[in-house]
Design a protein around this ligand. Structure first.
Ligand SMILES: O=P(O)(O)OC[C@H]1O[C@H](O)[C@H](O)[C@@H](O)[C@@H]1O
Length: 504
């Protein structure tokens, strides 16, 4: 493997110097500069990074100290953060909050990371009157992701209904001049922080995306950056056996007949690490074509929660069942902060049990020829979490070089987004057809075939059935009579005729 690793190290060196490492999108890949701005290929980019960090540190200090206040909160200071974002604009902040937020953070954080109305209602309801002291951070690199836009519109509606001025409590993190950036600027939001073209969503935890929410929770973000920076330095050696990320990538390569990567941190606070890694690894490595255009269908499937909890769920299959995986144990040496430990049996602490479970599971898997990797950290601190993120970011990049793919684009994601847009367009046509039939006197109930026919979408009859079932279940003026289980029996009409829509 040595020559291939040397080629991968060379590619990484070029990337760090500002090469267009994401060729299809014509972009540089600069997340390593975030923790060492001196590496940035020019002083303009270096200053952008440094100024953003300085500005966000100042902003978060002012919010935490109460210098920046919500306009109409009885507490007189912000007490909650509501983060609205999805994918790379949520997973890092969620992981870091779970891993590092103190028990009583200066601001508590909640997330809206979906366009599920019930989920959004739940978050807003939980805030209750504290909405008045909630800082809403809307995060979207592109500034146009529909789920995030919907979350924003829902939150703004809640603010209106509570008689609050959203702009005074809203912060945007997005690329300059994106739709979100323009909205925030025109509406005069409290603050805006930039995302950079050359940082991908899934590697944005150490940009404003991850750092601002973390700082507001009282997490030492400089330490996170230091951890990332130190890890990057270790990963720059071209001596394979001394390079942690390269060794990790080598293990993945060695195990690559086993495409399932089971990540098991034995530490509750690292529960969301595998969820975070799911995007980082799967969106980076899961590719149809290699860089030469050959179909390769690469991929590594990441899952896992935490040990020892998962031992009581699926380790049975790992030990005895289908052998298509390798496990990564994340071992944390420090059980608890010093001075709190006690022996619940002579010579044995609670943490000794956790340790025993990890080692026992590792041995039990090995005895049945199931291999594993162990990543050991001394304790869960901002520095070690920064280092873990840095380790996996670099391992993904190196592995991508080994299998000759572009780790930094995500062409497959577009297909689902486009199809979702088509479904919503079809829904509008269905409504128009139903409206026309429902405006007749007498009303003309239609079968699904008739709806499909009038929509000129006979191929899409199944989707039309789904659209009607969904709308009928949601008090949407649609009346569907018949038996859901036998779609042919269904007849549909609208409860009222919308004359404007008919002629509009
Ligand atoms: O930050 P945004 O532009 O809103 O993007 C959020 C997410 O959108 C897509 O699903 C991309 O595949 C992800 O990589 C990205 O993290």
């Amino acid at each position: 493997m040595e020559p291939r690793f040397q080629a991968a190290f060379k590619a990484m060196e070029e990337l760090e110097k500002g090469a267009i490492a994401n060729p299809d999108e014509g972009r540089m890949v600069g997340h390593y500069w975030l923790r060492n701005p001196k590496l940035a290929p020019n002083s303009f980019l270096r200053l952008q990074i440094e100024n953003t960090l300085e500005a966000l540190l100042k902003f978060s200090n002012d919010v935490v100290s109460g210098k920046i206040k919500p306009p109409s909160s009885p507490e007189g200071r912000f007490t909650q953060v509501l983060s609205v974002g999805i994918g790379g604009s949520a997973l890092g902040p969620q992981f870091v909050a779970e891993a590092l937020a103190p028990d009583n953070p200066p601001l508590k954080i909640r997330f809206i990371d979906n366009t599920d109305p019930a989920g959004i209602d739940h978050q807003i309801a939980q805030l209750g009157p504290e909405l008045a002291s909630t800082l809403v951070i809307v995060i979207s690199k592109s500034g146009g992701t529909p789920e995030t836009r919907n979350g924003l519109l829902e939150v703004q509606k809640a603010f209106r209904e509570a008689g609050l001025n959203f702009a005074k409590q809203g912060v945007a993190i997005t690329q300059e001049k994106s739709l979100l950036d323009n909205t925030a600027r025109i509406e005069g939001w409290l603050a805006r922080f930039p995302m950079f073209d050359w940082v991908g969503g899934r590697t944005s935890e150490m940009s404003a995306v991850g750092l601002l929410p973390a700082a507001l929770q009282g997490i030492d973000i400089k330490e996170m950056l230091t951890g990332g920076h130190l890890m990057d330095e270790a990963n720059r050696t071209t001596v394979l056996r001394n390079n942690p990320a390269a060794l990790l990538a080598l293990c993945w390569y060695w195990a690559s007949d086993c495409v399932d990567m089971v990540v098991l941190p034995y530490k509750d606070s690292l529960l969301l690490f595998s969820r975070y890694l799911q995007q980082l690894v799967m969106e980076s490595i899961g590719k149809e074509f290699d860089l030469n255009g050959n179909r390769v269908n690469q991929g590594l499937t990441v899952y896992g929660n935490k040990g020892s909890t998962d031992q009581h769920a699926y380790i049975q299959q790992l030990r005895d069942g289908v052998h298509n995986f390798f496990v990564t144990f994340i071992e944390v040496l420090r059980d608890r902060p010093p001075g709190h430990d006690w022996e619940l049996e002579p010579g044995v602490t609670c943490g000794d049990y956790l340790f025993g479970m990890l080692q026992g599971t590792r041995s039990a898997l090995y005895s049945n020829e199931r291999e594993s990797i162990t990543v050991t950290v001394e304790e869960v601190t901002p520095r070690s979490v920064g280092a873990l993120i840095g380790l996996y970011e670099r391992a993904v990049g190196i592995y991508a070089s080994l299998v000759n793919i572009n780790a930094y684009h995500q062409p497959g994601v577009e297909a689902g987004k486009k199809a979702a847009g088509e479904v919503l367009a079809l829904q509008k046509r269905v409504l128009a057809v139903l409206n026309e039939a429902s405006c007749k006197d007498p009303v003309e109930p239609l079968t699904l075939e008739e709806v499909a026919d009038r929509c000129h979408a006979t191929e899409d009859i199944e989707m039309i059935y789904k659209i009607i079932a969904h709308m009928a279940a949601n008090d949407r003026a649609i009346i569907a009579e018949g038996n859901c289980g036998s779609p042919r029996s269904i007849k549909v009409f609208l409860g009222e005729c919308n004359v404007d829509a008919l002629y509009g």
